[in-house]
Design a binder for this molecule. Structure first.
Ligand code: ZN
Length: 149
């Protein structure tokens, strides 16, 4: 019963979350076909330029492909992914990540939890889950879902 009340509260919270709240900090959308370097701009090949971002004294280095003529910057897939991770990291530091509380389940053998259904629309049975351990005591994880075959 307790479980049910909790998940209803969560569903209600999710109704108030707009896509722009989640992606506000992500300035670059990653599209796998649009990110093949080197890019051409103004009829010339763009050049790789080192960039630096800083939060709370932590430096983050990445590269962009820049047009020598108009200075427009292009991100390739690898750097785009790196930058996306940086925004995640920044939101974590600022405590601005959406946090969902779930009850721990135990079937006598295995511990597991359920994903809120709002987050499972694009999941498939064959997807793979990468669990990255973030703290030595094993209570903080980063869970990333990859499309399996
Ligand atoms: Zn240009």
């Amino acid at each position: 019963m307790k479980d049910k009340i909790k998940s209803e509260e969560i569903e209600e919270d999710f109704d108030n979350i707009k896509e722009e709240d989640i992606s506000k900090e992500v300035h670059f959308k990653i599209d796998k076909d649009a990110f093949k370097a080197p890019f051409t701009c103004h009829g010339r090949k763009t050049i790789l330029v080192g960039k630096k971002l800083s939060i709370d004294g932590i430096d983050f280095n990445y590269s962009v492909w820049q047009c020598k003529t108009c200075k427009k910057e292009y991100l390739d897939l690898e750097q785009g992914r790196k930058l996306e991770k940086f925004w995640v990291f920044k939101r974590l530091l600022e405590d601005k990540v959406i946090t969902i509380e779930r009850n721990m389940n135990y079937d006598g053998k295995t511990f597991f939890f359920r994903f809120p259904k709002e987050l499972t629309k694009d999941l498939h049975k064959d997807d793979l889950v990468d669990i990255k351990l973030l703290s030595p005591e094993g209570k903080m994880f980063l869970v990333e879902i990859r499309h399996g075959k």
